[in-house]
Design a protein around this ligand. Structure first.
Ligand code: NAD
Length: 459
């Protein structure tokens, strides 16, 4: 078996061969990838079920379905996206024809997390290949069945010189990061994001960091509480709350908190029954370490619903926590599980005091029918992206760029934005020869007035 430096060296040679510049070749690879994924549909459901009891329905809606839509989109549009784009020439380039060429970076490293292990490995891979790069992909070591299946699919579809999947843990990731890449795309936690950024800085390698954080969900008193509770019972407990853009905590107007809690209890029970452990629709926590981490976060919390924990079976019931203080453990970091603290506010200053206590989040949600409050909230806070009157759904529109800001990440992808992320915009001015205005040439004496007039005319 080749070592990591050998794999990369072969990919470097292949990139230099110019084969990946051929858009038809990229398209044929993407079409084969689609066929292989479609023929593995059931195997993908089975792998995710084995990894953390993820229901088929959730795997379809949040992994398989999104990957197939992205493939369909890129297969339909790649020729158009990859074409050099003509832009207007300027006074300084006239006479010229000016273009932006989409250029692949070269050899890309993708490091994926475990929480949407198929989607978050394959979606960046699709766009990196569409843009003409080679890829080494490291799927997560915590979802062994899915990662093995990803490796199998990649081996069947791609020559190793274009895409190789390397499974492994921190040690493997560390070896990979020690190489010189042309682009690194990382999805995962903030602390590891910083490690990736340090490794990239060594070679001035451009990066995308898709990280996490504590994403707030604000609810004012103008809402229909039953509808809000219904939508939150979906978005918060999908994937058992192990979603980077999950609502980490609620901030609700204090006078409607009790009614909201009752409505949410009712909705959670409708979704998962009296004993959610028996529900086929609630995934498990990825491993015992994470169950213990969340258990510890609950230590000084006032649990008002749920709270059942079975470490051996990686189970945590959908759990509600009543009005914690910001110094309670549950408010000390990203929860990343099916636990929802409910905080209250009376004034907008109260909301600011909570949100500005944390780093810029990946998502922010606001439930309100007051459009002034909604617009003010959207504009006031820095966050990656968000939804008004629902959770998560902005992820599902390929026309919306997806990414964080500040500690929740840098760069974005999804749809055409993903293609752009893995492409360098090469600026080319093609000078025409039929005219060569003399104004720029020395001696300059007597030309400044003419130059100023030209600047005025063209601007
Ligand atoms: P993680 O950072 O622990 O691991 C992510 C990847 O990094 C894995 O492949 C892992 O092997 C590798 N890794 C771990 N330690 C490393 C190290 N020291 N050096 C180099 N590589 C290392 O994250 P996770 O637990 O897999 O995922 C959960 C986190 O990811 C949460 O914080 C969540 O918010 C975030 N996330 C963000 C997005 C997004 O799109 N922004 C999506 C999913 C998850």
């Amino acid at each position: 078996m080749d070592t990591i430096p050998e794999i990369l060296s072969k990919q470097k040679d292949f990139f230099k061969s110019q084969k990946t510049k051929d858009v038809s070749y990229r398209l044929s690879l993407l079409k084969t990838l689609k066929q292989e994924i479609v023929s593995n549909e059931q195997a993908i459901y089975d792998a995710l079920k084995k990894d953390f009891k993820k229901p088929e329905f959730e795997t379809f809606i949040s992994e398989f379905g999104l990957v197939i839509s992205e493939l369909n989109l890129v297969i339909k549009n790649l020729k158009k996206w990859a074409k050099p784009k003509r832009v207007k020439s300027s006074m300084l380039t006239f006479p010229s024809q000016d273009y932006i060429y989409k250029e692949p970076y070269g050899n890309v490293l993708i490091i994926a997390p475990w929480n949407y292990p198929f989607l978050l490995a394959i979606e960046p891979l699709i766009m990196a290949i569409a843009s003409g790069n080679t890829v080494v992909l490291k799927p997560s070591e915590l979802t062994k069945h899915t990662s093995q299946l990803i490796t199998d699919i990649i081996q069947k579809v791609f020559p190793k010189t274009i895409v190789t999947s390397i499974e492994g843990d921190v040690e493997t990731a560390t070896q990979l990061l020690a190489q010189k890449w042309d682009y690194i795309f990382f999805t995962g936690s903030v602390p590891v994001g910083k490690i990736v950024a340090r490794a990239a800085a060594k070679h001035l390698t451009p990066i995308t960091l898709e990280l996490g954080g504590k994403s707030p969900c604000i609810i004012d008193e103008t809402v229909n509480l039953k509808l809000v509770a219904r939508r939150i019972s979906w978005g918060k407990f999908l994937n058992a709350g192990q979603t980077c853009i999950s609502a980490d905590y609620i901030i609700i107007k204090s006078n409607i908190k009790d009614a909201f809690v009752e409505a949410l209890k009712t909705e959670i029970t409708k979704r998962y029954g009296i004993d959610p452990k028996e529900s086929p629709d609630l995934p498990r926590i990825i491993n015992k370490r994470n169950v213990l981490r969340i258990t510890d976060m609950l230590e000084d919390s006032q649990v008002i619903f749920g709270g059942e924990i079975d470490v051996e079976n990686c189970y945590i019931a959908p759990t509600l926590v009543d009005t914690p203080n910001l110094d309670n453990k549950i408010m000390g970091g990203e929860i990343f599980g099916p636990v929802l603290p409910i905080l209250t506010y009376n004034t907008e200053q109260d909301i600011e005091n909570i949100i500005w206590n944390y780093e810029k989040p990946l998502a922010l949600y606001v439930f309100s029918n007051n459009s002034t409050f909604v617009e003010q909230t959207i504009k006031k806070y820095n966050f990656g992206g968000g939804v008004v009157n629902d959770l998560l759904i902005h992820f599902g529109n390929h026309r919306l760029p997806f990414g964080g800001i500040g500690a929740s990440g840098m760069g974005a992808y999804h749809g055409k934005t993903g293609f752009d992320t893995f492409s360098h915009n090469k600026a080319i001015s093609k000078r025409r020869n039929w005219s060569d205005p003399g104004v720029r040439y020395a001696p300059y004496k007597g030309k400044l007035d003419l130059l100023k007039k030209m600047f005025k005319y063209f601007s």
